[in-house]
Ligand binder design. Structure first.
Ligand SMILES: *[C@@H]1O[C@H](CO)[C@@H](O)[C@H](O)[C@H]1NC(C)=O
Ligand SMILES: *[C@@H]1O[C@H](CO)[C@@H](O)[C@H](O)[C@H]1NC(C)=O
Ligand SMILES: *[C@@H]1O[C@H](CO)[C@@H](O)[C@H](O)[C@H]1NC(C)=O
Length: 484
């Protein structure tokens, strides 16, 4: 009896580590998520041979820990319907044995060139790790072959934290930026390094794009550097920024600096301060691309380090935000709009038209889109409600602020928002996530929540809105499980 019990326990254990979503209550219906296991940063977002490809930091062995990073892989024709593909890269070479870390893609000559960070741990030594940059190539968009002369950038004098290459081509030259930690006056500080190459294989460091002087933290991860509306945006994820009122409340931040950049001197001149890109709880490690329609798309890991969300017990961790289109305003702020392709996930309209306080509708499968139009001079309250708790979205007309409160410890996120003639809001709800797009995308709030039972959307008691449209969204990510 004892033997049988032990064998059964072992089988159950093997089954659970073999990768299976055991319960769908928190698994996204239309956001990109791993088939099982742990997901963090998006990598190598690109458009190749009629498909968008999205790679990501993946631990196939467990949903509880990041483990030794692999590159997971999925593709989509429309950024809405996602198909999981075989693991693209394993950490199985000497130079990347402790993890194939984050990176990006360049398409040229009908091939996909994937630049990534090769991570090695040296337990018990100082420093206890080192990072170089490596290259892998795919000709068919599925099979990925690592370059035989890896690594291609050693980063001597820049160790041990030098990672997350973001590549692009300008004229006849290739460029990439890397996140790096340096020490000045005994203080660890983050910065971004710029490299260039004439052949994609041999790289030289050109300049330091920007660096922390202390308040902007001790390490900058996942740098991205791109031209938009005649300016350059340096988008990155700094660690070690201290909270300041309603700002910088997450464990790590993600934000941007707008400035000008000269390809001749390779100098970046900032014209704005650092601003958070999103104001929710879960937004980190962005990746952007200029897609085949010349749109600047961005998405982020819709999660945060050290959160231990309840989804882990269901066999997965992490999802991506919806892809958004970035544009720059005249006063140098980034606007984010959800890609219009999201319409392809729409099912039936549950309600539409004017609505007054207390109106409540239940989503068919915990997934929906809510469009609101109202007067900016009245407060507005909306809640997402389930069996035992709710998420509150609140517009305060007097103070010109928008809040999202998911309850629990550190539940509140709040920022300034002063809509002028009309208040417009679009909210995407998906099993365990909410993304709020305010106005023309001048404020977004992306957060995870874990509520059991069917989800309802309810208008606050004293609210009156001109338009309250709620649409069921359908499943666009195949996964074999049900809610329990
Ligand atoms: C790494 O793993 C992949 C997938 O199993 C395999 O194709 C490749 O040959 C391995 N490389 C090394 C160096 O072991
Ligand atoms: C180093 O720190 C000391 C004490 O905070 C300060 O006086 C000095 O100016 C700093 N030096 C540099 C080069 O930043
Ligand atoms: C809601 O229910 C879930 C599952 O029963 C539980 O894990 C969670 O703690 C509950 N939340 C609250 C606030 O009671």
């Amino acid at each position: 009896m004892r033997v049988i019990f032990n064998t059964l326990t072992l089988l159950l254990f093997l089954y659970s580590i073999n990768g299976e979503i055991t319960n769908c209550r928190y698994y996204p219906r239309y956001h990109a998520a791993p088939p099982y296991g742990w997901m963090n940063d998006p990598n190598g977002l690109t458009f190749f041979k009629n498909n968008y490809h999205l790679f990501y930091q993946f631990n196939p062995d467990s949903a509880l820990v990041p483990g030794t990073a692999h590159w997971g892989h999925m593709k989509s024709t429309n950024l809405v319907h996602w198909q999981h593909l075989p693991i693209a890269m394993y950490p199985n070479n000497t130079y990347d044995r402790s993890g194939v870390f984050s990176g990006s893609a360049l398409i040229e000559d009908g091939k996909m060139y994937l630049y990534y960070t090769a991570h090695i741990n040296h337990p018990g030594e100082t420093p206890d790790h080192e990072e170089s940059q490596a290259l892998a190539i795919s000709e068919d968009g599925v099979n990925v072959v690592k370059y035989e002369n890896n690594p291609i950038i050693l980063g001597a004098g820049r160790q041990p934290d030098i990672r997350d290459p973001k590549i692009w081509k300008h004229g006849d030259t290739y460029y990439l930026v890397l996140g790096n930690k340096f020490i000045k006056n005994d203080t660890e500080l983050g910065r971004v390094l710029l490299y260039s190459s004439k052949d994609k294989y041999n790289w030289e460091e050109d300049s330091i794009v920007a660096a922390s002087d202390g308040p902007l933290g001790y390490m900058w991860e996942c740098p991205d550097f791109f031209q938009i509306g005649g300016y350059f945006v340096l988008l990155f994820s700094p660690q070690g920024v201290k909270p300041e009122g309603d700002k910088f409340l997450n464990l790590y931040q993600c934000g941007y600096i707008v400035g000008s950049f000269d390809y001749v001197t390779r100098k970046f001149v900032p014209k704005t301060e650092f601003r958070e890109l999103d104001h929710g709880h879960d937004f980190y490690a962005t990746q952007s691309i200029l897609d085949n329609k010349k749109r600047r798309l961005v998405l982020a890991w819709n999660d945060m380090w050290e959160t231990n969300y309840a989804e882990q017990n269901d066999g997965f961790t992490g999802q991506m935000t919806l892809p958004r289109i970035l544009t720059l305003t005249k006063d140098l702020r980034l606007l984010q709009r959800p890609v219009p392709e999201i319409r392809e996930a729409r099912d039936n309209v549950i309600c539409t038209g004017r609505a007054s306080g207390g109106t409540s509708v239940t989503l068919a499968d915990k997934a929906g889109e809510v469009n609101i139009r109202a007067s900016p001079s009245s407060d507005l309250e909306l809640s997402i409600e389930g069996k035992n708790r709710s998420v509150l979205i609140y517009y305060d007309a007097t103070n010109g602020q928008i809040s999202l409160d998911r309850g629990g410890d550190d539940g509140l996120r709040r920022t300034e928002w002063k809509p002028k003639y009309i208040l417009k809001m679009t909210i995407f709800i998906d099993a365990s996530s909410v993304e709020v797009f305010c106005g023309d995308g001048e404020v977004t709030m992306s957060s995870r929540f874990f509520i059991d039972g069917p989800l309802s959307v309810r208008l606050g008691d004293n609210c009156e809105v001109e338009q309250f449209r709620v649409i069921n969204l359908k499943r666009t990510i195949p996964v074999d499980c049900s809610d329990e």
